[in-house]
Design a protein around this ligand. Structure first.
Ligand code: UDP
Length: 321
């Protein structure tokens, strides 16, 4: 098959590219390298089945030419990372809304199946035990730019569902819960690689807030498998799925585990949110996926847990990133 991966130079997109190339597929990547890195795909440039197009999904001509050539589209291009989104609110809104509109409009014009990658940010401040796909979204004020990210991705989902129902565009939506693993950089938040780096360098491990907020971390390899299965499973069309590992950890626990696993003598420091993220910031206390639906529809569940994730990241960073 021939696939377009928008955002294919990002952490998830580059891993997906590598995975699909190994399976003999032909890959086109469009990425403007705003949050992706050429380094992520440098090794793929030699592969005759890989074509990298340095451009934005806002460039409708390039997007159209590429979509015409492929069988299906993994739409991953988005402004990602809480810190990036907060620091680039306008660009994030433009890419996430107009970019997705472009992809869907052209996918419909040429009848190409689309997988939209959405996010657990969608649920906002809903702290329930295990979030199911139909749960309410609880969001803060529009003066707090973090919530614009949640809203732009929600608009992507609304658009996708509208194309599916009204235009019969074959499409599936997945919501990713804190995907991490070797190769991810800590530049835009991304707490696990950031803590590992701090621990390995013997620098203070910087916990924002009281550290009792929790997250569920999912290994990139599990996420890639889920993405492939969902794209190929007809039953998944028109549906939204949580993709995540329900294993829940507080950020305090995470820091302690990483410190121990790296044999580090780093101190653990708590930094007030205001100092780390500015006054206009709200965090989520908790975010746990219920994955019953993806298990039922696609027989997917995560295989790799936090210790394995951290081990892989340590090994990667020790080998010089
Ligand atoms: N965090 C932290 N220290 C850091 C980076 C992040 O304590 O250096 C916290 C952050 O405040 C959040 C959690 O770790 O509560 C996860 O942050 P990340 O940016 O990885 O993902 P998010 O879940 O916020 O999208």
């Amino acid at each position: 098959m021939r696939y377009l991966i928008t955002g294919g130079a990002g952490f998830i997109g580059s891993n997906l590219s590598r995975f699909l190339l190994k399976k003999g597929h032909e890959i086109f990547v469009i990425d403007d390298l705003s949050t992706g890195f050429f380094e992520n795909i440098k090794d793929l440039e030699q592969n005759k089945n890989f074509k990298f197009i340095l451009d934005s999904i806002l460039n409708i001509e390039i997007l159209e030419q590429t979509i015409q050539k492929v069988d299906a589209i993994f739409h991953l291009a988005a402004s990602v990372g809480v810190e990036y989104v907060i620091n680039n609110p306008l660009k994030s809104i433009e890419i996430n809304v107009q970019g997705t509109e472009n992809v869907l409009k052209l996918a419909h014009r040429y009848n190409k199946k689309v997988l939209i990658t959405s996010t657990s940010e969608i649920y906002g401040k809903n702290e329930k035990d295990a979030l199911i796909e139909t749960d309410d979204r609880i969001l803060g004020s529009t003066t707090i730019s973090r919530w614009s990210y949640s809203n732009t991705k929600a608009l992507d989902e609304f658009l996708g569902l509208a194309y599916y129902h009204e235009k019969k565009l074959p499409l599936t939506i997945i919501r990713l819960f804190n995907t991490t693993g070797p190769g991810q950089v800590g530049d835009y938040g991304m707490v696990v690689p950031r803590f590992v780096k701090q621990a390995l360098l013997g620098k203070p491990i910087t916990i924002y807030g009281d550290g009792e907020q929790t997250r569920c971390f999912t290994h990139i390899d599990d996420v890639i498998k889920a993405i492939e299965i969902v794209m190929n499973e007809k039953k998944c069309e028109g549906q939204i799925f949580n993709i995540g590992n329900p294993d829940e950890h507080s950020i305090n626990d995470l820091a302690a585990i990483i410190r121990k696993m790296t044999n580090s003598n780093s101190t653990i420091e708590h930094i007030p949110y205001e100092k780390a993220m500015g006054s206009n910031f709200e965090d989520m206390r908790r975010r746990v996926p219920d994955i019953t639906k993806i298990k039922k529809y696609a027989n997917w569940e995560p295989k790799l847990y936090l210790k394995e994730i951290i081990e892989d990241i340590i090994e990667y960073q020790k080998n010089g990133e």
